[in-house]
Design a protein around this ligand. Structure first.
Ligand SMILES: C[S@@+](CC[C@H](N)C(=O)[O-])C[C@H]1O[C@@H](n2cnc3c(N)ncnc32)[C@H](O)[C@@H]1O
Length: 192
């Protein structure tokens, strides 16, 4: 999908998409740099848009890995349906369906979650539910990698994972933050 198409589609659905430009190559590279592809059997991507990050992940993934992708915007979904790769499992479903989809896929543990869902505009209860599902799905040592354009949601991940690292990517429109948390314990302690 061309940049201009992404721009017009996101303007029509700004509340759902959360930005007007797809992730830049610098942001995509910062995401792929967080991943040890030799030890990434299952990667989940939430809010894939037109697949700009998905394609970069597929470029680096092993032949027998899986990329399980969620997107809800109709136009972006038809772009994602064009990706023909046996490792690419696309679901035209909300990320709220994560646990059900993983069961359907026979996946017990996820190595990495990459999310660009604009949680700033998602109701609190839904955001918390999706992040909790991600926590439960990840293996111990697995990483949750979230794209944002501000740090207002930082505590959502800090509370769930107990740790967070923040990278700032200036070369993106708008400049972006990558929030990275690691799952360190099987059961999340009650962090209040
Ligand atoms: C900020 S855009 C990111 C698009 C793309 N990943 C990129 O980096 O350019 C966020 C995407 O999340 C999608 N989205 C929003 N809520 C969602 C949900 N509950 N489940 C799955 N996708 C969702 C939007 O439709 C949009 O395509």
């Amino acid at each position: 999908m061309k940049r201009l198409d992404f721009f017009s589609e996101s303007l029509k659905n700004l509340k759902e998409v959360g930005t007007v430009t797809r992730s830049s190559r610098y942001l995509c590279r910062n995401i792929t740099d967080q991943i040890d592809f030799n030890n990434a059997d299952v990667i989940v991507e939430l809010g894939a848009g037109d697949g700009v990050i998905s394609e970069k992940l597929l470029d680096k993934m092993k032949a027998n890995s899986k990329l399980i992708v969620f997107e809800i915007n109709e136009v972006f979904c038809s772009q994602l349906e064009e990706i023909k790769d046996p490792r690419f499992f696309f679901y035209k479903k909300s990320a709220e369906e994560l646990t059900n989809v993983l069961k359907e896929q026979g996946v017990n543990h996820v190595d990495y979650v990459v999310s660009a869902i604009p949680f700033t505009v998602v109701p609190d209860e839904i955001a918390k539910d999706i992040v909790e599902q991600c926590y439960k799905s990840l293996k111990v040592g697995g990483k949750y990698i979230q794209v944002h354009y501000s740090l207002v949601m930082k505590n959502l991940y800090k509370r769930a994972f107990g740790n967070i690292k923040v990278n700032f990517i200036l070369k993106n429109l708008p400049p972006a933050f990558l929030l990275i948390s690691r799952k360190t314990e099987e059961v999340a302690p009650d962090r209040g």
